[in-house]
Design a protein around this ligand. Structure first.
Ligand code: UFG
Length: 327
């Protein structure tokens, strides 16, 4: 078996994928690239099967050199900037990393004859949905710079597919939870995601958790999201990777298909942690859609994926990590 290139390998989702990949496949090296701008070197296991490079995959000459030196057969491309709020403040950081960087990677791949990719896309490419659950045929009208950059990269890959590439673009909903081992987990700086913030508040690392709006048209007035465990997401990449051989060309939603409100998440975080979580209701956060949850039928039909973790087990693994973090 030849080698696989994993970009953003030391990031939250990348590091979970690398572990699952090493366990699932007995052969093949992981060429792991991460510029460590947000990733954690210690999230990758110490094994001879990983060749780690602290570099920017968007650097065309570096990417070319990787393909020259290593026998790479396919790419799993996680590396990206992924804060919606930041993307509005620093749009060109997002164009540089998520569009120009991605296109440089694609160029180096194409020159080397490597035409297989699993790409990290996002439900942010849909924008404010016309209906939920969202299927893959739902119109894509991203409302943030981040969502637009993922959309543009998806389109570039679709165009390359007309020239012989195979690909699976995975549109993540709310990635959450941590590996059951407690050895790796979610560690963002700054942290903006609901579950880690709620659990950090339970641990008194934060005084109070903000609820961004409780006057939405939902059952309890708070926004509804679709939380999906990071290991389920990692497993979907493995399944998608296996489909590249047979010439897959598709976009797939990765969500649990179950919507949970902000208040429901907080209540479960209280239950799982057995602690109080003080909250304050704040104004709505700009850019938040009322409800976003997936229809994941295509994931089941095309790659045989169904999520194994429910919201409670997502929070349990996150709590396990958060109360004993390694990084
Ligand atoms: N929320 C709070 N308080 C907080 C943090 C979040 O009430 O302190 C709410 C948000 O308003 C939202 C929900 O909790 O309703 C989830 O927020 P997150 O920030 O955890 O996640 P998002 O749904 O905003 O973001 C996710 C992914 C992004 C992706 C985006 C697309 O993390 O990568 O969906 O909409 F781009």
């Amino acid at each position: 078996m030849s080698n696989i290139l994993v970009t953003g390998a030391a990031g939250y989702i990348g590091s979970h994928f690398v572990r699952r990949f090493l366990n699932a496949k007995s052969a093949g090296q992981v060429i792991a690239v991460d510029n460590l701008s947000v990733g954690h070197r210690e999230s990758l296991p110490d094994t001879e099967r990983i060749h780690f490079f602290e570099n920017d995959i968007g650097d065309l000459e570096f990417a070319r050199s990787l393909f020259r030196k290593h026998d790479i057969s396919a790419v799993v491309h996680f590396a990206a900037s992924a804060y919606v709020g930041e993307s509005q403040e620093q749009p060109f950081k997002y164009f540089d990393n998520n569009v120009i960087g991605a296109i440089n990677l694609f160029k180096a791949m194409d020159e080397a004859g490597v035409k297989k990719i699993v790409f990290s896309s996002s439900c942010a490419t849909y924008g404010n949905p016309n209906y939920c659950p969202i299927d893959e045929d739902h119109p894509q009208k991203p409302v943030s710079v981040y969502g637009n950059t993922k959309y543009i990269a998806e389109k570039a890959i679709q165009a390359l597919a007309t020239t012989g590439w195979s690909y699976v673009s995975l549109r993540y909903f709310n990635a959450s939870g941590c590996d059951d081992s407690g050895e790796i987990g979610e560690s963002h700086d700054p942290e903006t995601h609901l579950i880690p913030l709620a659990l950090q508040t339970a641990l008194k690392k934060r005084e109070v958790l903000s609820i961004f709006g409780d006057d939405y048209e939902t059952e309890d007035g708070t926004c509804v999201r679709d939380y999906v465990h990071v290991n389920d997401i990692a497993d979907a990449h493995l399944l998608a990777f296996d489909k590249l051989e047979s010439g897959a060309k598709t976009e797939i939603n990765l969500g649990s298909s179950v919507g949970a409100s902000v208040k429901q998440v907080i209540d479960l975080c209280k239950e799982v942690s057995g602690r109080d979580i003080p909250v304050k209701v704040c104004p709505r956060r700009a850019g938040d859609a009322v409800a976003l949850f997936a229809d994941h039928k295509r994931a089941t039909e095309v790659i045989g994926w169904t999520p194994k973790y429910d919201l409670r087990s997502i929070i349990e693994t996150a709590w396990n990590w958060e109360s004993n973090r390694k990084y």
